[in-house]
Design a protein. Structure first.
Length: 406
């Protein structure tokens, strides 16, 4: 007899309110590019960001903007576009040419609407991954494929094509892994109904999606130049939390009386890796305390719908416990392949971080020794070491989830 799931059992579903798209996963499907008047004034600054910075006009242009009320800005896609452009404008206003001339106060004409909008969206008032990667893309030919060649970003930072490369490759990794999200309900239902063969098949499907994501990751070498990434783009993505250039944080004029600290934009704010950690029972919270705290903190930089999705996964049945309890060698091997696909992604990511941060940081530090700027050198050197420790710890925790076969 075929077992029919009764409504009482309410099989686990990916609900619309999780804002996960069938094709692009956590990315925003077909983001808007334009905002209605008067918000188009924000768009035109964000579109001309690089030229305005180069001509030394950016800050004056921002200060000239009237204060707009975001009450008239209706609809999720318009609000996400506004959060994206205000994020770009804020980063550019604070860091400007990236030469150390930093602003510690964000004027109220930007700060007030930005903070109100952020509150509405449940996002922090700083450029996040959900802005610059998930909502910052378009297809050149709308009927064409989702490939690097047929895609573009909506807004750029100085540093040539570096921001395009970094944001689009991150998005494409995200989208490649997104096909695996669809499989999650099958996994949970299979566990609930003790269907080992269905579970095995579903785990293999997830493994192949993660392997495809790894292949897509390779494109980073083609499209992102390490020196431009390290010396230019990284500056514009920097936040004001634990940043010696803004030790107190940023003062959002007209919103709060004291400066606030927010972390900079990072793919660590992507939900995709955390999603499969939870599904596979990789217990990042049992790893190094600081790494676990950081990953948990990064969740607060994700759209609330995605944070809730991760929470709902946590309350689903444990795939790992089920696999363990069955004692079936072939099922364990299939589970391990899936965990190993996550380990491989993280190992590859470590190589990327070495190429794009650790090596340029060493080069910088050597250069600074001759030009005698020890404080800068010290700061970047330390950052580099900590990053590697954090990322290796996260990979180590992933490896610990592997089941001993036999
Ligand atoms: C030039 C390319 C990249 C560099 C230099 C880079 C750098 C970093 C760094 C330094 C961290 C540590 C946290 C932080 O300080 O932000 C991090 C974390 C992370 N990055 Fe990347 N990243 C790159 C590309 C990507 C891509 C394409 C993805 C996937 C979409 C990704 C996903 C992650 C994740 C998920 C974390 C959190 C740690 C983990 O779960 O393993 N990164 N990255």
């Amino acid at each position: 007899m075929v077992h029919e799931a009764s409504p009482v059992e309410s099989p686990w579903k990916i609900c619309e309110e999780h804002r996960i798209d069938e094709d692009v996963g956590f990315a925003l499907p077909n983001p808007l590019e334009e905002l209605p008047h008067p918000f188009d004034a924000w768009i035109s600054i964000a579109k001309n960001l690089t030229a305005l910075i180069e001509n030394g006009e950016l800050r004056a242009e921002v200060e000239k903007l009237p204060m707009f009320s975001i009450d008239d800005l209706q609809g999720h896609k318009s609000q996400r576009l506004a959060h994206l452009v205000l994020g770009y404008i804020t980063m550019a206003y604070v860091w400007d040419r990236g030469d150390g001339d930093v602003r510690k106060v964000l004027p109220s004409n930007i700060a007030v609407p930005y903070c109100k909008l952020s509150e509405k969206l449940g996002l922090p008032p700083i450029l996040v991954y959900a802005d610059c990667v998930l909502a910052n893309w378009k297809k050149k030919d709308p009927s064409g494929p989702m490939t690097y060649e047929n895609m573009d970003i909506l807004f750029s930072f100085p540093g040539g094509d570096c921001s395009k490369g970094f944001f689009l490759v991150s998005l494409l990794v995200e989208i490649a892994a997104a096909s695996a999200i669809k499989v999650i309900p099958t996994i949970f239902n299979a566990v609930q109904h003790q269907e080992q063969d269905t579970l095995k098949k579903a785990l293999s499907d997830i493994t192949s999606c993660l392997k495809k994501a790894l292949e897509v990751f390779h494109q980073i070498h083609e499209y992102v130049d390490p020196n431009l990434f390290f010396n230019v783009l990284r500056i514009y993505l920097s936040g004001w939390k634990g940043n010696p250039q803004l030790p107190e944080g940023l003062l959002y004029e007209g919103v709060w009386d004291t400066p606030k600290k927010f972390a900079g934009g990072s793919a660590a704010q992507s939900s995709i890796f955390q999603c499969f950690d939870v599904l596979l029972g990789v217990q990042q919270s049992a790893g190094e305390a600081s790494a676990a705290e950081f990953l948990q903190e990064m969740r607060t930089y994700m759209p609330p719908a995605h944070q809730n999705f991760l929470l709902s996964l946590e309350s689903g049945p444990s795939v790992r416990e089920f696999v363990l309890s069955k004692g079936d060698t072939s099922l364990q091997a299939t589970y391990n392949e899936c965990v190993n696909a996550m380990v491989s992604l993280r190992s590859y990511h470590l190589q990327i971080v070495t190429k794009y941060i650790v090596i340029p940081a060493h080069q910088q530090s050597k250069k600074n020794q001759t030009s005698q700027e020890p404080s800068d050198q010290e700061n970047k050197g330390t950052g580099g070491t900590d990053l590697m420790r954090f990322l290796k710890s996260v990979r180590g925790t992933t490896e610990k989830a592997l089941l001993k076969e036999g």
